[in-house]
Design a protein around this ligand. Sequence first.
Ligand code: XMP
Length: 433
Amino acid sequence: MRQDTILVLDLGSTQNTVIARAIRDLGVYSEIKPHDITANEVIAVSNVKGIILNGGVNNVVDGEKIQILNELFELNIPMLSVDYQLSDNSQLAQWGNEEETKEILQKFVLEKCKCEKNWNMANFVNDQVEKVRNQVGDKKVLLALSGGVDSSVVAALLIKAIGKQLVCVHVNHGLMRKNESESVVEIFRNQLDANLVYVDASERFLTKLAGVSEPEKKRKIIGEEFIRVFDEEATKLEGIDYLAQGTIYPDIIESGTKTVKAVKSHHNVGGLPEDMQFELVEPLYQLFKDEVRACGIELGLPGDMVYRQPFPGPGLGVRCLGAITKERLEAVRESDAILREEFAIAGLDKTVWQYFTVVPEFKSVGVRNHLRTYEYPVILRAVNTVDAMSAIIEEIDWKVLLKITDRILAEVKNVNRVCYDLSPKPDATIEWE
Ligand code: XMP
């Protein structure tokens, strides 16, 4: 069943996403489209019940005022014009505060357009399953499954749609958190019966990284090696026609529209083999992050996989400072596991955006069992942020910090000291490298 849809035309407003989001919160599907969408393109979306012309201060491109095509008026679809004056007698409104905006939208979407509230995850999943089956037929689809939220949800959705025609490749670069790769294998291969290629490339990455201490160089090596390993695996597989990606709606919006400049370019896949011609399958491209999570739950993925904190692509590699050694990497991994466990017990996993441990390259003197030690410190970090552009330090209950400290000192090898990083961003960044 194709859900009722409200299109928000992008006329340069920075509020497009907020409006589309608010309409979805009413239970009605909404999508942002470029201002110069043609009548045929609107018809192709199918079930468009209303169009919002969302004007704004940026509605001039290359010196010309943005205009929508006149042919849209002939479609006889109700329109709501906001901050965008039309000669036509379409409804003209002005967004107010959150409540007023909601009221305007409710009136337009539910009363005027008579949309049915049929946007929900169960319908979304059914629609996408059907769509993917139609798109790929009996062909095979390849997916780089990192175990992050987006790729995991894509995997679960495609397994439901095409089962073993999906080939997942999980590259363990040796910089994953404790039990992370194991749980990808457990959930996808053992529980969901996925066709999963597991590549343990830990040694290969560690060898490449040996002696490299410059953060950007480390990042580059990890990124390039990841593509190389993925390419090699993809080349071994035969008869693959499609590549699935965990592209989500903010990726598309942030890549820039015709009126809004790109916030950052969208590069979602780790390894897209350049000489391979794949057609893309991107079943989540319509979803906002919280909707992706809800979709994962709808598909039966475990909560701790779907509600996990952000984790950088280079993994623990940027938290084992300087030149990575097995010894310190192990200390990062073990201390991170303790921190996460204790945060979960204290309920902080629900309120803190990101939390992790860092192990620097230097050592300090300590004493254990009356004997002098000379070992590494572990630095704890816990921050809250909205968009990761700036961040504040979370005030953690002293008792929780002390318990984490005790456990790290007792359980993690080669460590004799624990510190808590109090630096906000700016002047620090969230990660240490
Ligand atoms: P910073 O350290 O720049 O981090 O304040 C902001 C957010 O981005 C994450 N981060 C990365 N994510 N690849 C990623 O996928 C990276 O190279 C990378 N570096 C930082 C970081 O964890 C934080 O959430």
